[in-house]
Design a protein around this ligand. Sequence first.
Ligand code: ZN
Length: 264
Amino acid sequence: MNHRQTVITPPQQRRKKRGVRLAVAYALRGLIALLALTLVVLLVCGILYVKEHLVPPTDNGSTETLDTGKDTTNEEAESTSQPQSPTDEYTAVLDAGHGGIQSGCAFDGVLEKDITLAVTLLAAEKLRAEGVTVILTREDDTDVSLEERCRIANDASADLFVSVHCNSYEDSSVCGFEGYYHNGTKGQRLAEYILAAANALGVKTRHVKDENYQVIRDTTMPAALMEIGFLSNPSERAELQSEEYQNTIAQAIANGVLAMRAAG
Ligand SMILES: [Zn+2]
C-alpha cells in the first residue's frame, strides 16, 4: 500500500499542479478581461465627459458656461457703455419763445418768434452734433402754451431747459445778451455759462438775474431764460437777423449747455 501510494502520488501531484496552473491562468485571463472592460468603460465615460463638458462652451449654449458667459458680456457692456449708455444720455430741452399768433416783441417788421426759432434750431443742431439729446418745444411757427412747454421738459426728465427770447426796452440804446434763472443755483450756473460762452465769442453781454418767469419757475430741472438781444436796439436788431450772428448766439447757448454737461 505504501509503496503503491508512493508510485501513484506523482501523477496526482502533477494533476494538482496542472489544476493550480489552470486556475492561475483562468484567474489571469479573468483579470485581463476585467481590466479590458474597465478600460472600455473608462473610455466610454471619457468620451461622454468630453462631449458634455468640452463641446458646449464652444457653441455657448450650456447653462454651466452661463456664469463665465455673463461675466464677459457684462464686461463688454461696461466697456461699450462708456461712450453711449442710458445713464450717460444728456437731454436738453430748448424752448423757442413765442410762436404762431404769439409774435413776442416786434420792431420794424422783425418778430421775436422768428428770431428765437432760428437761433434755437441752430443751437439744437450744434448740440446734437455733440451727442446731446435735444427736445424742442416747437420746431415751426406754432403757438405752444407756457404750461405745455414746462410739461414737455418735465415729462422728458430733461437735464436742463433753455428758453430763448428777444428783449425790448423803451430806451433803444440799451442792448446786450442777458439771462434769467429762478431760485436755483444750477439754473443760475446755466445762465452764467451761456453768458460767459457768448462773451468769449465776442457778444456784448449784460447780466444774469433771478426772475419769476413761468417757464423757469415751473420746470423741474436747471432752467434758464436767455434774452439774446434787444430788438428795440436798431443795430442789435440788424445783427439778430443775420445768419452769422444767429449762429454765434446759437454756439454760445450750445457751449453753455456743454459746460453744464461737463460740470455734471
Ligand atoms: Zn419773449
